[in-house]
Design a protein around this ligand. Structure first.
Ligand SMILES: Cc1cc2nc3c(=O)[nH]c(=O)nc-3n(C[C@H](O)[C@H](O)[C@H](O)COP(=O)(O)OP(=O)(O)OC[C@H]3O[C@@H](n4cnc5c(N)ncnc54)[C@H](O)[C@@H]3O)c2cc1C
Length: 443
């Protein structure tokens, strides 16, 4: 054994493996194998050696959908098979994939209960079960007319059925209605409106189609500067905007939306974004979620408020930022770092700033890009620095960026790699802080 006694060799090897001698193997369980669960598992597996922690991902199905692609399916610009991949194959070697539906979490005993009766014990739990569409929350939605003249493009099945309906549509009233907030990708229904305008123009029937955007918000979007910009774009395209409309029910026979204050909006074709909530198991897990089934967490560290060994990322989290894949991606780095810090008994890193960015398709092969965080509104300028994609402006470059993003999603984002030149924090370089503020104060 040379200069080292046997015990010292064991300690040395353990230190080289990054763990203290006597540390038991930790069990990390990740609920949800979508955007957040997959990238978190892969990031952690790259950081933590296999003899230090086991990583298990649980998901209820084996179909990973690239959800931004759903927007293009209704217009015949994308196909279901091109935006779906087997879930397990997106996970690195050394990550266990378990197919199963979560029924509840027992925080006191660190146990996950699955619907099939089995249990999973954890040392650290990561919840990444996203948001679900609560179709039954809106009276009449799935009654007569559902998937005939009332559709949603927020599911693969809905987007595919809508493509057929749009193809057969020869004119009439098309209503795009967001029922309530929060929703995934709050710009997606606006993008749908812009693409629909372009689609009907290309088909030569735009003058026979009345397009109306109906929202519960007091403007086209949540962020004031952006809301004015997008509201203006609806006007330029001759789209009607109905605000502060809270849909109570859908009458798919007569073709009308009815609000809680008894306003009626007639339609021949309705494209709706249903009410979103957290996954059903959250409601059955005492102390975990809020009244909508989303999980409150520290907005800087992503540690849940329910228990220190439970972390949350993506749409499942109740955080004051958008429910978007970009946010989920930026959260991934902070989350993986903090899970490692937690396992080592170190204090957590509180640097996540709520960074979000979204390409907004505006039709005719153009798109805008917006970039913001918890405190900074979308501003004009360029991203990610003074040379880059134009912010808050329609451009072909942004449209190309949106289309190319799918490849980055499968090959960089999900495998848990950093995108070249793109950090997790919102960049300040390239943004016009002063000029946007001056324009705003002039209004
Ligand atoms: C139409 C549309 C367009 C979009 N466009 C964009 C865009 O352009 N840019 C952008 O940044 N974002 C966009 N998004 C949003 C983006 O797709 C989501 O924000 C992102 O996927 C969130 O990741 P997540 O991991 O939180 O949830 P998801 O990726 O939805 O994954 C959640 C996973 O949890 C699983 N799960 C749920 N409940 C259970 C249970 N009980 N047991 C086991 N497993 C369960 C689900 O099966 C799913 O695989 C869009 C979304 C839609 C619908």
């Amino acid at each position: 054994m040379g200069a080292y006694a046997e015990g010292e060799w064991v300690r040395l090897i353990a230190r080289m493996n990054g763990r203290a001698i006597g540390d038991p193997m930790k069990r990390i369980v990740i609920l949800g194998g979508g955007t957040g669960g997959t990238l978190a598992a892969n990031r952690l597996r790259r950081t933590l050696r296999a003899d230090r922690a086991s990583i298990t991902v649980v998901d209820q199905n084996d179909r990973h959908v690239y959800q931004p692609g759903l927007l293009f399916i209704p217009f015949g610009k994308e196909r279901a098979d091109r935006i779906t991949r087997p879930r397990g194959r997106q996970l690195h070697r050394g990550v266990d994939y378990r197919r199963g539906t979560v029924e509840s979490i027992e925080l006191a005993s660190n146990t996950v209960h699955l619907v099939d009766g089995s249990e999973l014990a954890y040392d650290v739990l990561i919840v990444a079960t996203g948001a679900v569409l609560s179709l039954e929350e809106t009276a009449g939605l799935t009654g007569p007319g559902w998937m005939e003249k009332v559709f949603t493009f927020y599911t693969l099945e809905g987007a595919t059925a809508l493509a057929k309906a749009l193809e057969a549509f020869e004119g009439g009233r098309v209503v795009v209605n967001v029922f309530d907030m929060p929703i995934k990708c709050p710009v997606a229904p606006l993008e749908f409106c812009f693409l629909a305008d372009s689609y009907f123009r290309k088909r030569g029937i735009r003058d026979r189609v009345e397009l109306t955007y109906v929202t519960p918000l007091d403007g086209a979007f949540t962020k004031p500067v952006c809301s004015r910009k997008l509201g203006g774009m609806l006007g330029e395209r001759n789209l009607n905007l109905v605000t502060e409309y809270n849909t109570a029910s859908v009458d798919g026979v007569e073709g009308r939306l009815i609000s809680y204050d008894d306003r009626e909006i007639p339609f021949d074709l309705a494209v709706v974004v249903p009410i979103h909530s957290g996954a059903p198991f959250v409601f059955q897990s005492t102390g975990l979620g809020d009244e909508l089934g989303f999980i409150p967490a520290d907005e800087r560290t992503l540690q849940s408020k329910a228990a220190p060994n439970v972390f949350v990322l993506g749409d499942a989290a109740a955080l004051p930022t958008s429910k978007a894949g970009s946010v989920t991606h930026f959260e991934g780095k902070a989350l993986a770092r903090n899970v490692c810090q937690y396992l080592e008994g170190k204090s957590l890193d509180g640097s996540f700033d709520g960074h979000a960015n979204c390409f907004i398709e505006s039709g005719d092969a153009k798109a805008l890009l917006i970039d913001f965080n918890y405190v900074t509104e979308p501003l004009e300028g360029h991203y990610p620095s003074s040379i880059g994609l134009p912010l808050m402006k329609e451009s072909r470059l942004n449209h190309i960026g949106k289309l190319l993003f799918q490849s980055l999603y499968w090959h960089s984002l999900l495998p848990g790699r950093d995108l070249p030149g793109v950090g997790s924090d919102m960049p300040r370089a390239g943004k016009h802080f002063e000029s946007t503020a001056v324009k705003e104060s002039a209004k």
